[in-house]
Design a protein around this ligand. Structure first.
Ligand SMILES: Cc1cc2nc3c(=O)[nH]c(=O)nc-3n(C[C@H](O)[C@H](O)[C@H](O)COP(=O)(O)O)c2cc1C
Length: 161
C-alpha cells in the first residue's frame, strides 16, 4: 500500500530528441528529480542528414503531421505528473510528440512541457495546449548544440516540477 502511494507522486518524462539537445535536458531532470523516462521514436527512422530533414519537414509544415511510433509500453496510471520534452520543428512540436499526444489521454495528470529550439518557438505551446492543459512550461534555447538558456533557470524550473 505504501509503495502505491509513493508511486502516485511519480513523474514520467516523455520525450523525443533527434539531435540530442532535448535528451541533454531530460538527463538533467533525471539527475535532479526521481522520475521514469519514456523515449519516443518514430517507427521509420528519420534521415541522418540534417538538411534533408529540415527541408522534408518544411514541406509538411502546417499539416499537423502524425506518424507511426515505435511500440512502447507504459502504465500511465502509475504517474500523477507528466513532463513532455520536444524540440521545435517548423514553429511547432515534432510529429513524434503530436502523435503521442493524439493517442494518449492525459486527463487528470499534471502536465508540464520542456521545449528546446533555436529561438523560434512559434505556436508550439498553443498546439500542445490543444491536447492537454499545461501546469508549466520552459522554452530552452540552443544555438546548434550550445545551451543559451541559463542553467540556473532550468534548474529552478525542474525543482518546481
Ligand atoms: C526539421 C527541423 C525544424 C526546426 N525548426 C525550428 C523552428 O521552427 N524554430 C527553432 O527555433 N528551431 C528549429 N529547429 C531547431 C531545433 O528545434 C533545435 O535545434 C532543438 O534543440 C533540437 O533538439 P534535439 O537535438 O533534441 O533534436 C528545427 C530543427 C529541425 C531538425
Amino acid at each position: 500500500m505504501e509503495g502505491e502511494n509513493m508511486n502516485q507522486d511519480k513523474i514520467l518524462v516523455v520525450y523525443y530528441s533527434y539531435g540530442g539537445n532535448t535528451e541533454q535536458i531530460v538527463n538533467r531532470i533525471q539527475k535532479q528529480k526521481e522520475c521514469d523516462v519514456l523515449k519516443l521514436e518514430p517507427l521509420v527512422p528519420y534521415t541522418n542528414d540534417y538538411q534533408t530533414l529540415v527541408d522534408d519537414e518544411e514541406s509538411k509544415m502546417d499539416q499537423e503531421e502524425v506518424i507511426e511510433l515505435k511500440p512502447y509500453e507504459i502504465d500511465l496510471s502509475k504517474y500523477s505528473k507528466v513532463v513532455l520534452g520536444t524540440p521545435v520543428w517548423w514553429y511547432t512540436m515534432t510529429p513524434v510528440m503530436r502523435s503521442f499526444l493524439k493517442q494518449t489521454d492525459l486527463t487528470g495528470k499534471e502536465v508540464s512541457a520542456m521545449i528546446t529550439n533555436g529561438g523560434w518557438l512559434g505556436h508550439t505551446l498553443d498546439e500542445i495546449k490543444k491536447y492537454t492543459p499545461l501546469k508549466s512550461s520552459i522554452n530552452i534555447v540552443f544555438q546548434e548544440h550550445d545551451l543559451e538558456t541559463k542553467q540556473s533557470q532550468i534548474g529552478e524550473w525542474i525543482s518546481r516540477l
